[in-house]
Ligand binder design. Structure first.
Ligand code: FPP
Ligand code: MG
Length: 294
């Protein structure tokens, strides 16, 4: 991973603007999940650290834009760039990082460049769907999972598939691994939004529903409620929650096993991912990810 950090520092420095370097250093790196996957799938390729850095730059850019879109004040427990520097700077920093990533991507094979580039289109479409879907209560599980696939899984899928290409391995099993890892990761994230507190999350708890995001536990809860309670849940959509309303949602989710159902979906996806690639370390990444919720 040291090499990936070095590549990141080099690429950001090459942009040639101190402010960009300064702001990038302040972004806390996060788990670097996508980079780790690339290094694990293609450990012997000289190009892996650069590809990993490219994908991390794209990911960082997408989060910068996402925090502007969501008007999020916190990212990984730290004030977001839009909170400290304003939205204009956050958007431009995102643009600089992802265009720099693309400048580097053109040096890779056409198939790898196309895989990563098209995933960024998908990711942006997914984000737009997310915004559209948050405008009203969405009770459609399939539609939710499609949006989730685009928004979070496509870049991880593309990272894993590209690493397989670099390593001369079969692409599809790794693509499936990345896809399902991404999906189950996001479902666990949605669960944590409900069951964790702000201190653990590094962002406000129970915030998805306030933002209008009807995640899987909410969809399952809605399904299980009678008409009067459905009305109550719908009336709370996309508004600040009082502690009483938040407690009611949590209690009814517990009683209707809505969080558990979402957790089962995440577990099934993760098991499928594990079976796609017979690799202990890749399996361990999944286990750790699934366990972070309980
Ligand atoms: C986080 O979702 C958002 C994403 C994973 C993707 C965001 C994608 C874009 C903004 C498209 C633009 C892409 C580029 C490369 C500039 P979330 O809000 O559900 O999660 P959070 O709680 O971590 O904010
Ligand atoms: Mg967000």
């Amino acid at each position: 991973m040291q090499k990936v950090e070095e590549e990141l520092a080099r690429l950001v420095q090459e942009v040639g603007y101190d402010k960009v370097e300064e702001l990038f250093k302040k972004l806390s790196g996060g788990k670097r999940l996508r980079a780790k996957l690339i290094l694990k799938i293609a450990p012997n390729s000289d190009q892996s650290p650069l590809l990993a850095a490219i994908v991390e730059l794209i990911h960082a850019a997408s989060l910068l834009h996402d925090d502007v879109i969501d008007d999020a004040k916190l990212r990984r427990g730290q004030p977001s760039v839009n909170a400290t520097e304003g939205s204009k700077t956050a958007v431009m920093l995102g643009d600089i990082l992802y265009s720099k990533a693309f400048s580097e991507l053109v040096g890779f094979s056409k198939e790898i460049a196309a895989t990563i580039a098209s995933s960024v289109t998908a990711l942006s479409v997914g984000e737009m769907m997310d915004v559209e879907m948050a405008k009203s209560f969405n009770a459609d599980e399939k539609k939710y999972l499609e949006m989730l696939y685009l928004k979070t899984a496509t870049l991880i899928e593309a990272a894993a598939a590209s690493a397989a290409l670099l390593a001369g391995k079969e692409k599809e099993p790794y693509a499936l691994y990345g896809r399902n890892l991404g999906l189950s990761f996001q479902i666990i994230d949605d669960i944590l939004d409900i069951i964790s507190d702000e201190k653990t999350l590094g962002k406000p708890a129970m915030n998805d529903y306030v933002e209008g995001k009807t995640t899987l536990p909410y969809i399952y809860l809605f399904d299980a409620l009678d008409d009067a309670e459905k009305e109550r849940l719908l009336a709370l959509h996309a508004k600040p929650l009082t502690p009483e309303d938040a407690a009611w949602i949590k209690k009814r989710m517990q009683e209707t096993k809505s969080v558990e159902k979402a957790y089962d979906v995440a577990k099934a996806l993760s098991l499928e991912a594990k079976n796609a690639v017979a690799d202990k370390e890749l399996g361990d990444i999944l286990d750790k990810m699934i366990q972070r919720s309980y």
